[in-house]
Design a protein around this ligand. Structure first.
Ligand code: ADP
Ligand code: MG
Length: 232
């Protein structure tokens, strides 16, 4: 088995000289298929910077990153975009759904340029909506859905391309308690089905669902524990 994420000596410095900010100061991390990992840390600790690196949204100053076995540093922009689209399902705090477009069409969107036929795209989108428990809301517009339901549509959209991992950035940051429970339940279910989930959060409630908690402080990993007595 090869790791989904294999990072070593990852550094990111913003700016240079006296005003340089060392946001990541040598991070080593491996995530294996089927893991459910929460990355935690205080504001300013480097969580978003790490997410940007893991998500291939920005490049590190130095260090090595193998995403599902592919060396990210060796790829050009176009190859990187392809790798990102194939390997990572992103889930953001602010759902990022297209307004005035049905839940079903939102989930179909990532497949528009995939070369798949329309019927096949629809079939896969419906299957993804079923996995998040929203079959009966497929025709609804985002503004006709609760926050938790909108985030579940976003999870279905992230899933639909069969990525190697789901990468979520504060996925419950905009949700009330009931919707948080709802979305965390979906992550639990997907992980139980074998999906790799990496979630960046500062909320203990979210981290309680993960099987492993990695804590970041001042640009470094300060603890990495496999949890006993997981909620799910
Ligand atoms: P977190 O997500 O844990 O709050 P960040 O990764 O956003 O932390 O930030 C880590 C450090 O890097 C902070 O000191 C922040 O001010 C700094 N930082 C983040 N992004 C930039 C940027 N684009 N330019 C300069 N400094 C940045
Ligand atoms: Mg952040």
């Amino acid at each position: 088995m090869k790791p989904v994420i294999a990072v070593s000596g990852l550094r990111k410095t913003y700016g240079s000289g006296e005003t340089a900010v060392h946001a990541l100061r040598g991070v080593d991390l491996q995530v294996w298929p089927g893991e459910y990992v929460a990355i935690m840390g205080a504001s300013g600790s480097g969580k978003s910077t790490l997410l940007n690196m893991l998500g291939c949204l920005d490049t590190p100053t130095s260090g090595r990153y193998l995403l599902d076995g592919f060396s990210v540093a060796d790829l050009n922009e176009r190859q990187l975009a392809l790798l990102r689209n194939r390997k990572i399902g992103f889930i953001f705090q602010s759902f990022n759904l297209v307004p005035r477009t049905s839940a079903l069409s939102n989930v179909e969107l990532p497949m528009v340029y995939s070369g798949l036929k329309r019927g096949e795209r629809r079939r896969r989108a419906l299957a993804a909506l079923e996995m998040v428990g929203l079959t009966d809301r497929a025709k609804h517009l985002p503004n006709e859905l609760s926050g938790g339901q909108q985030q579940r549509v976003a999870v279905a959209r992230a899933l639909v391309g069969g990525p190697a991992m789901l990468l979520a950035d504060e996925p419950t940051g905009n949700l009330d308690h009931a919707s948080t429970v709802d979305v965390l339940g979906v992550f639990d279910r997907l992980n139980a089905l074998g999906r790799t989930v990496v979630v960046i959060t500062h909320e203990d409630e979210v981290a309680r669902h993960a099987h492993r908690v990695v804590r970041v402080s001042d640009g470094q990993i300060v603890s990495d524990e496999v949890r006993a007595g997981v909620v799910a």
